[in-house]
Write a protein that binds this ligand. Structure first.
Ligand code: GLV
Ligand code: MN
Ligand code: MN
Length: 412
């Protein structure tokens, strides 16, 4: 079967999607349920319908676009990613796995291929934690890892509950065996493929992410009048916690351990007022679960010591602490044989970023396909993937979807 990818179409679609943003392209800001995000999802729905796919949306906003197979009783082959984008980011993160996959499906349609298992494109809602603090919201709920009750308790920074934007959350979880396999195309978000001049990466595992929220409370006051020995400055406690995060990651001695203190809210937030309260959000990851958890322990221990020494109140809560995933060997094998058939060199690799695939792997054999991105840049406006790399990814994805759909794959 000859599959021809229209790379110009993927580039044009990515360009169009980039116009749905609260900042001007190439700087992308598309936060879940914002007007830009809603418009982008409406546009995507039109594109899927124009390609003959049957589109439905679940009560959370996950979008499913189905190419019906001949065996409607068999679990579908899923593919897709997300189109929300963190503030001041780029146009390729997640979007490549949606618009690239849409082109894979169109290319299969043009080739005359007829699916046996249905092939379904998924645009997950809120892969990014920007608004509700928790990443992979859509896939977490689809696979049942986040209960409707816990989801209903989520609020954004303006105290708006998630439920203001959704229908009945109890209806989001997918029935058992809904998907027979899942495969996600994504930019690598790291420099390895480009550095080694390898066009594709096949992901065999995804690192374990965790996120913590820490509230530090001290005593406010006048920045001139309160003398240093009398202070209980919440920000100084927070600053020490941020350094403890760095120390915890470095202390493992392993390059896979990473810790970030990316959100700091200082109250009241004025130069001449001693900070009385600080909220921190931390992101801690490792490919090894025990090592990731040892970092969490080290951070909590540091918080205890800082609390006592600085006479602060420190409370912490775990937003999420997820296990890593091992990708499905059948899907990895289908990706490998597709690369071989197309004569495209690949490398097996670990994903250090998290993805909706982390959660899809809990309900179906799942793997990912990476394409190189310039300088490994991601979560910044300079994010870039070349048309040839987009085309390679869509081509191998198309062949893999065909393989998984026609039952060369032996799952149920
Ligand atoms: C996904 O955006 C991640 O932070 O890994
Ligand atoms: Mn991202
Ligand atoms: Mn992503």
């Amino acid at each position: 079967m000859q599959i021809n990818i229209d790379a110009d179409r993927i580039v044009a679609d990515l360009e169009k999607l980039a116009t749905f943003s609260d900042t001007e392209s190439p700087v992308i800001t598309r936060v879940v349920y914002s007007e830009s995000d809603n418009k982008a999802r409406a546009w995507l729905k039109e594109q899927c319908e124009a390609s003959g796919l049957t589109v439905r949306k679940d009560p959370l906003g996950n979008l499913f676009a189905c190419w019906q197979g001949t065996d409607t009783a068999a679990g579908a082959v899923g593919t897709g990613s997300h189109i929300d984008a963190i503030p001041h980011s780029g146009r390729f993160d997640g979007t490549v796995g949606v618009l690239g996959a849409l082109e894979s499906i169109r290319a299969l349609q043009r080739s005359g291929f007829k699916p046996r298992r249905s092939i379904e494109l998924l645009a997950f809602i809120s892969e990014e934690p920007t608004r509700f603090g928790i990443g992979c919201l859509g896939s977490r709920m689809l696979c049942g890892s986040l209960t409707p009750e816990k989801a209903a308790a989520l609020k954004d920074r303006e105290d708006q509950p998630l439920t203001n934007f959704t229908g009945t959350l109890a209806e989001v979880k997918l029935p058992a065996n809904y998907y027979s396999s899942f495969v996600e195309l994504h930019i690598e978000q790291g420099p390895i493929l480009e550095k080694e001049n390898i066009p594709l990466g096949i992901v065999t595992s995804i690192a374990a992410p965790a996120a913590l929220r820490i509230l530090i409370e001290g005593e406010g006051g006048h920045a001139g009048a309160v003398l240093m020995p009398a202070r209980r400055d919440a920000f100084l406690g927070a600053a020490e916690i941020a350094l403890a995060v760095e120390a915890a990651a470095k202390a493992t001695g392993v390059i896979d351990s990473v810790g970030t203190c990316g959100l700091v809210e200082v109250f009241p937030g004025l130069a001449n007022s001693i900070p009385s309260k600080v909220k921190l959000e931390l992101d801690i990851r490792d490919s090894d679960l025990a090592r990731r958890d040892s970092m969490l322990q080290a951070i909590w221990k540091a918080c205890d010591e800082i609390r006592a020494r600085r006479k602060l109140k420190i409370t912490s809560s775990t937003i999420n602490a997820d296990a890593p995933c091992t990708c499905g060997s059948e899907v990895v094998a289908a990706l490998e044989s597709s690369c071989q058939k197309e004569g495209i060199v690949y490398k097996k690799m670990v994903s250090r970023a998290y993805h909706d695939s982390l959660f899809m792997s809990r309900i179906a054999p799942t793997a990912m396909l990476f394409i190189p991105c310039k300088n490994g840049f991601s979560h910044r406006p300079e994010e870039y993937a070349a048309p040839q790399d987009l085309a390679n990814g869509a081509l191998v994805l198309a062949r893999t979807l065909a393989t998984l759909s026609t039952g060369l794959y032996s799952g149920s």
